[in-house]
Design a protein around this ligand. Structure first.
Ligand SMILES: [Zn+2]
Length: 388
C-alpha cells in the first residue's frame, strides 16, 4: 500500500460541503472530489454539542486534531477512511449548522472576528492519502487506532463487508426513523446508530444457520436484498411478542435467537405460563430474574437458570455447630445420612469444609432458604441428593 502526506486548508476541504440532514451524514467536500461518507463508514455521531464543539475548539486554539486518512480510488477521487466525524463537524460549522460558545455568546463562523474566521478557514490539516487494494485498505482500517469513539465490532464488520447487502441492512436495522425500533426495543438492548440492532439480527440468523456472523456477512455481501435476514428477525420478534403476555423490562436483552431455536416448537400455554412467570418474579429466592422465562419455557427442569439463593455462611456455621455437638454426644456422624448408613463413615465427624448446605424441603417444593430448612450433609451425600 502507498501512502502520501498531504495538506489541505479547511476552506479547500469544505468547498462544496454537503450535509444530509435526513440520513445524518456529511457527503462531499474538496469541491466534489472527496466522498466524506463512503458505504463502509458509520453514521455521523459527533452532533451532540460536545464532540463537534471540541473539534472546532481545538482548531481555534491551534491544537492538532489528529491525522485524517483518505483513500485514493482508481479514478483519482478521494474517500475518507478515518476522520469522517471530524471532517463532518468542521463542514457543519463552516455551513452554519451549529455555533460555539465564546465569552458567553454563541457564535457562528461568520459572527467571529474576521481575522479569527479567516485563520480558521486557512488552517492546514494533515492528511494521509492511501492507495492500495481493497483488501489491504480494509485490513488496515481494521487495525488503525481511531481517535474519538472507537469503532465497535459490528461497525468494523460493516466496513469489512461493505456492499449492497450492508447498505440495505443498515437502512432497515440502523435507521432511527424506522417506527419498528420502538417494538424491537422491548426485547433488544442497544443503540440503533451503533449498529446494535443489526448486530442482533445477524447473530440470530447465523445461530439459526450454525455459522458465524462473519461467514453470514461474507456469503451475502453482494446480495441486493435482505429478505432472509429480515424475515427471520421478524419471525423471532413475533414469537417473543405472542409467547409472553406482557412487556416487562426483564424481557430485554435475552439470547432470543438461541431461546427461539430451542423452544419455539414446544406446545405452550400462554396464560398458565404467564401466571407461573409472575409467581417466580415475586419469589425472593430467585436471584436471576432474567432466567425465569427460559426456565418456564423448558418445563421447569433447569433450576440453575434461576440461581436460587443459597444459605449464607452464618447459617451454615450455626447449623454445622448444632449438628456436630449432637453427633459427638451420641457418637454418630455429623452427616445425618452417613449416621444412618452401614459404612465406616457411620461415626465420622466431618469438617465444615467437607460439607455442603442442603434444603431439607427442596426449593421447588416450597422449601425456604432459611435456617429452619437447612441441614449440612457431607459432600458425597449432598451431591447424591442434588441429582435426584
Ligand atoms: Zn454423608
Amino acid at each position: 500500500m502507498k501512502t502520501e502526506l498531504k495538506f489541505y486548508t479547511i476552506e479547500e476541504i469544505c468547498k462544496g460541503f454537503i450535509y444530509n440532514e435526513l440520513e445524518g451524514k456529511g457527503l462531499f467536500g474538496l469541491n466534489g472530489r472527496l466522498t466524506i461518507q463512503p458505504e463502509y463508514q458509520r453514521n455521523y455521531i459527533y452532533a451532540d454539542g460536545r464532540k463537534d464543539v471540541a473539534v472546532i475548539d481545538s482548531i481555534l486554539k491551534g491544537y492538532p486534531i489528529g491525522l485524517i486518512y483518505f483513500v485514493k480510488t482508481p479514478d483519482s477521487r478521494l474517500e475518507i477512511l478515518d476522520g469522517q466525524q471530524r471532517i463532518t463537524s468542521i463542514g457543519r460549522f463552516v455551513t452554519r449548522r451549529f455555533a460555539i460558545e465564546i465569552n458567553d455568546r454563541f457564535q457562528y463562523l461568520d459572527s467571529l472576528p474576521k481575522d479569527v474566521a479567516q485563520n480558521f478557514l486557512q488552517t492546514k490539516l494533515t492528511f494521509y492519502e492511501c492507495e492500495g487494494t481493497e483488501t489491504e485498505i480494509k485490513e488496515w482500517f481494521k487495525t488503525i487506532n481511531i481517535a474519538g469513539v472507537p469503532l465497535n465490532e459490528q461497525e468494523l464488520l460493516n466496513a469489512i463487508y461493505s456492499g449492497p447487502f450492508v447498505t440495505k441492512a443498515k437502512e432497515y436495522f440502523s435507521n432511527s426513523r424506522n417506527a419498528k425500533i420502538m417494538i424491537w426495543s422491548d426485547f433488544i438492548v442497544g443503540k440503533v446508530n451503533r449498529q446494535d440492532y443489526l448486530k442482533t439480527a445477524l447473530e440470530w440468523i447465523s445461530f439459526h444457520q450454525k455459522i458465524t456472523v462473519e461467514q453470514y456477512m461474507g456469503q451475502h455481501r453482494n446480495d441486493d436484498n435482505i429478505v432472509e435476514l429480515q424475515g427471520y428477525f421478524d419471525e423471532v420478534i413475533n414469537w417473543i411478542d405472542s409467547t409472553f403476555k406482557k412487556i416487562i423490562p426483564e424481557l430485554r436483552g435475552l439470547e432470543w435467537g438461541r431461546i427461539y431455536e430451542t423452544y419455539h416448537r414446544n406446545p405452550y400455554n400462554v396464560d398458565e405460563s404467564w401466571n407461573r412467570i409472575e409467581e417466580l418474579l415475586d419469589d425472593d429466592f430467585v436471584t436471576n430474574r432474567k432466567g425465569i422465562f427460559e426456565y418456564v419455557l423448558g418445563g421447569e427442569q433447569d433450576k440453575t437458570l434461576l440461581n436460587i439463593r443459597i444459605f449464607d455462611e452464618r447459617t451454615k456455621k450455626s447449623v454445622y455447630k448444632k449438628q456436630t455437638d449432637e453427633a459427638e454426644k451420641e457418637h454418630k456422624s455429623n452427616c445425618p445420612l452417613c449416621a444412618l448408613s452401614d459404612t465406616t463413615n457411620k461415626t465420622k465427624i466431618w469438617k465444615i469444609s467437607e460439607m455442603d448446605a442442603d434444603h431439607v424441603t427442596a426449593w421447588s417444593k416450597g422449601g425456604s432458604t432459611d435456617i429452619t430448612n437447612c441441614q449440612m450433609l457431607c459432600k458425597t451425600h449432598n451431591r447424591a441428593k442434588g441429582n435426584k
